[in-house]
Write a protein that binds this ligand. Sequence first.
Ligand code: FE
Ligand code: FE
Ligand code: ZN
Length: 281
Amino acid sequence: MDTKPLIYIGCHLSVTSGYEAMGKTMLNFGGNTFAFFTRNPRGGKSKDILPEDAAALRSLAGREHFGPLVAHGSYTMNLCAAKSETRENGLDMLEKDLQRMELLPGNFYNFHPGAHTGQGMETGIALIAEALNRFLWPEMHTTVLLETMAGKGSEVGGRFEELREIIDRVEQKDKLGVCLDTCHVWDGGYDLVNDLDGVLTEFDRVISLNRLLAVHFNDSKNHCGSHKDRHEKLGQGQIGMEAMRRIALHPALSGRPFILETPNDDEGYIREIHTVLSWLG
Ligand code: FE
Ligand code: FE
Ligand code: ZN
């Protein structure tokens, strides 16, 4: 009998050696999912996926029972920037990224909703929804995930309500989900340490846990409500190891890919993957 793991665990990997290479690396790390940037996270330039490389990763991931992969859009992609040139650039990235993702059907594409840069939350939300309505299509094979944000500056997505409002306005709702970043929601003011059940209940009330499809599994350097967005290694931040463990084992999150975005080198990631695996038993 095939038993599904409690959760899938992995970390961010560099795409520079190709796609199958990332799968092999993650196998060596002991994990069963991973994240990668679809293009240079800061510069926005993309490297083409070779169809045969994508196919090789797909067969590796299938054979090794990987969970869904979580691609990450560029940090420079801002679908609700006030500057039209920045916004146009973001729209172009979104369109091309989603087309490229069709070579890896059945996976997730996560992105930061955006920063309204002074236009106001309402306008930000409207522009993000407009972009999604333009580039999601009924036959696509990727689920697009809005990431929960720390609420730094004019960021959209620091409150669950803001993500809900985006989702409400998107026609292709069946292609939409949310990626919960533990550092971000903590920094955003949701107390994962003292009230994990309450935070997840609130998520369910506002958005629905059915849309919570992936987790970015990070500790935070700062206190709850700091709106800072500075990730920390598991157990070395303000969330702490005990709360991280409770999150990983929470039944409401079972079956999801958990991606480490902690400040680590390879050795550090391997250690954290094994820590999480030890919790799962
Ligand atoms: Fe992110
Ligand atoms: Fe994240
Ligand atoms: Zn972050």
